[in-house]
Design a binder for this molecule. Structure first.
Ligand code: SF4
Ligand code: SF4
Length: 343
């Protein structure tokens, strides 16, 4: 989670998507054309599938809880500004995505598959052709609309009550890259050992959607794409500017690494000022929380009340409050610390 930085994503060149300099993994499983629904959660454990949208939650547990849901939602609404890997996978890997989605829908008994995507008319038209059997549901291109809660809000007409899980409303929401990995395992017979991601270095005008091996040190990814790295000058962010985290060059790419962003440290310097009680953070919070009062409570150690804990449970650390704060107060960092106070 970072301080604000302005990047004009639209001006970056977009290279041929999903080309990769890394070799394809080797087949491990036999050619599994179809998996029996009863054994499907075990299959997800075997391939090592976790929520690849960033949650890292074991996919089999989520699936077991969702048996009986009426709708599988493919979440292709990118959750971070400037990142386009979900949209790219939807457009270029539809065979794997559909194999994963169809097997998942069958396993939970869902009659309907909905595809949540950003409302870009040209892309929506292509997706309607690629996924003719799914309901395409366009969402506005406004962060953080790809959050599970906000997807359910659009599908059900209201924000889910605090603590409600999607399966309690009849939905299973799965990230598109998770479903692609499922389809890859079904069709090509190998576990989750590769990670599609957006790799970008805005100052060098480099932007690419690619696929890298899980576990490969970030330094080697940068080298493979001839991106120079200087620890004094650069900062590596994994997972996006709003909810991501700083990564060290020797850190390995994780299954949840949706993007790698190489930033110039100089561009991040912003001086923090005191709160001017402008209320911008309250207005901007998509869940109508009061971020600064939560932060004050965390700083004063007043974290025992039920009201505080309910609000902290709801906060999904989207970082919108920090992004709008004119005093550059890193609210979301403190909120992340507040999460640690939850019982
Ligand atoms: S991070 Fe801030 S804006 Fe996002 S949900 Fe939490 S309080 Fe609301
Ligand atoms: S946006 Fe920043 S300055 Fe305004 S009320 Fe929130 S914390 Fe205070």
């Amino acid at each position: 989670m970072l301080r604000r930085i302005k990047i004009d994503w639209a001006t970056l060149p977009n290279f041929q998507p999903l080309e990769t300099p890394f070799p394809a993994p080797e087949r491990i499983y036999p050619g599994l054309e179809e998996i029996e629904p009863e054994s499907f959660p075990d299959f997800l454990d075997e391939i090592g599938l976790v929520g690849m949208g960033g949650s890292g939650f074991p996919a089999s547990e989520k699936l077991r809880a969702s048996i009986g849901a009426h709708t599988l939602v493919i979440n292709g609404v990118e959750c971070e500004p400037g990142i386009t890997i979900d949209q790219t996978v939807l457009l270029h890997h539809s065979l794997w995505v559909q194999a994963g989605a169809n097997a998942t829908a069958k396993a939970i008994g869902a009659k309907r598959v909905a595809l949540a995507v950003k409302d870009h008319p040209d892309q929506v038209a292509k997706l309607r052709k690629l996924y003719p059997e799914y309901d395409i549901i366009p969402f506005s291109d406004r962060y953080p609309v790809g959050a599970e809660k906000l997807i359910l809000k659009k599908l059900t007409g209201k924000i889910p009550p605090p603590g409600t899980r999607p399966y309690q409303l009849g939905y299973l929401v799965q990230n598109v890259v998770s479903l692609r990995a499922t389809g890859r395992a079904i069709i090509d017979g190998f576990p989750v050992v590769e990670r599609p991601l957006t790799l970008t270095a805005p100052a060098a005008r480099f932007y690419k959607n690619t696929i890298v091996p899980v576990g490969l040190p970030v330094r080697e990814v940068l080298t493979a794409f001839a991106l120079p790295y200087d620890p004094v000058r650069h900062l590596i962010v994994g997972g996006g500017l709003m909810m991501g985290r700083e990564m060290a060059p020797d850190d390995g790419v994780e299954k949840t690494t949706t993007s790698l962003i190489l930033l110039e440290r100089a561009a991040l310097e912003e001086k923090e000022h005191g709160c001017i009680r402008c209320g911008a953070c309250n207005t901007a919070c998509p869940l109508s929380l009061h971020p600064y009062s939560l932060v004050e409570r965390i700083q004063k150690g007043k974290t025992d009340s039920a009201a505080f804990q309910a609000q902290m449970t709801e906060c999904f650390l989207c970082g919108v409050c920090s992004a709008v704060c004119p005093s550059h107060i890193p609210l979301v960092q403190t909120l992340a610390e507040g999460k640690q106070c939850l019982p």
